[in-house]
Design a protein. Structure first.
Length: 92
């Protein structure tokens, strides 16, 4: 896959993930963007569990325990990158 296609795919994934989080997990503040801190936006342990279930159901992707880190869940951009990476690995 070309780098441009990966970049476009990542932006689409960021938008989709932001919408899913806003609709199902957190009341995102005004001005929230892909680099906004998820913990400051309200991501706590309960919201994290909801988000993991949402990712599993929506993307058919179960993240490993090692993937659940503050670095990967820092913001939408880092989380989207992780999801994209795992989906590409799943495809093979």
């Amino acid at each position: 896959m070309q780098k441009n296609n990966l970049s476009t795919g990542l932006r689409d994934l960021e938008q989709k993930l932001t919408a899913l989080i806003a609709e199902n997990v957190l009341d995102l503040p005004a001005g929230f963007d892909p680099e906004s801190d998820l913990v400051r936006a309200g991501l706590d342990s309960m919201a994290l569990m909801q988000l993991l279930i949402l990712i599993e159901n929506h993307f058919d992707l179960m993240l490993a325990e090692v993937d659940v880190s503050s670095e990967n869940f820092l913001n939408i951009r880092t989380l989207s990158g992780l999801i994209q990476q795992r989906l590409l690995q799943k495809l093979g």
